[in-house]
Design a protein around this ligand. Structure first.
Ligand SMILES: CC(C)(COP(=O)(O)OP(=O)(O)OC[C@H]1O[C@@H](n2cnc3c(N)ncnc32)[C@H](O)[C@@H]1OP(=O)(O)O)[C@@H](O)C(=O)NCCC(=O)NCCS
Length: 138
């Protein structure tokens, strides 16, 4: 079981080009499919049929959104999801940070949050699915 505390977690303020912004992770905040696909396209990935994406999300073990705090319009700036058997193995997919927010440590924080969440599920092994060029990111 994932504790309520781990479902939403605030990140310390991140200094972004001299603007101090705050972010939070959420496993429970509903994802807008269009916003999610826009994020994934912003990192260069191809468009996918919405119905299939929704099904893939429904079948995922873990979905994590990284949101920029805004009282009116919190913005999805990062995402990752995991599939797996829920006991032994999990695979991390679709790790993305909006290019505007890349290079400030958010990707690293996102991966740390994902790994911690999987640990809380007692998952023993975690695999990252990624292009060969970004393997060093982990
Ligand atoms: C890969 C990605 C998630 C990194 O996010 P980020 O917020 O820019 O990363 P961070 O600022 O936290 O950097 C973390 C570390 O990864 C490294 N890194 C960042 N982007 C990288 C890339 N494309 N390839 C290799 N290493 C990378 C950074 O240099 C940094 O290393 P350091 O700690 O030794 O300085 C982001 O660039 C992205 O969304 N890329 C496009 C999608 C993608 O390739 N996703 C990963 C595969 S599923």
């Amino acid at each position: 079981m994932i504790s309520k505390k781990s479902m939403e977690q605030n990140l310390e303020n991140v200094s972004l080009k001299q603007i101090s912004l705050s972010f939070f992770f959420s496993q429970s905040k509903p994802l807008d499919l269009i916003e999610l696909e826009q994020l994934l396209q912003s990192v260069g990935w191809g468009r996918r049929p919405m119905r299939r994406v929704q099904k893939a999300l429904d079948n995922s073990l873990l979905k994590v959104g990284l949101w920029q705090h805004d009282p009116k319009f919190p913005r999805l700036v990062g995402f990752a999801r995991c599939t797996g058997d829920g006991v032994l193995y999990a695979t991390v997919w679709d790790v993305a940070i909006n290019p505007v927010y890349q290079g400030f440590g958010l990707g690293k924080e996102l991966m740390a949050y994902v790994i911690q969440s999987l640990k809380e599920m007692n998952i023993e092994r975690v695999v990252l699915f990624a292009d060969p060029g970004v393997i060093s990111f982990l």
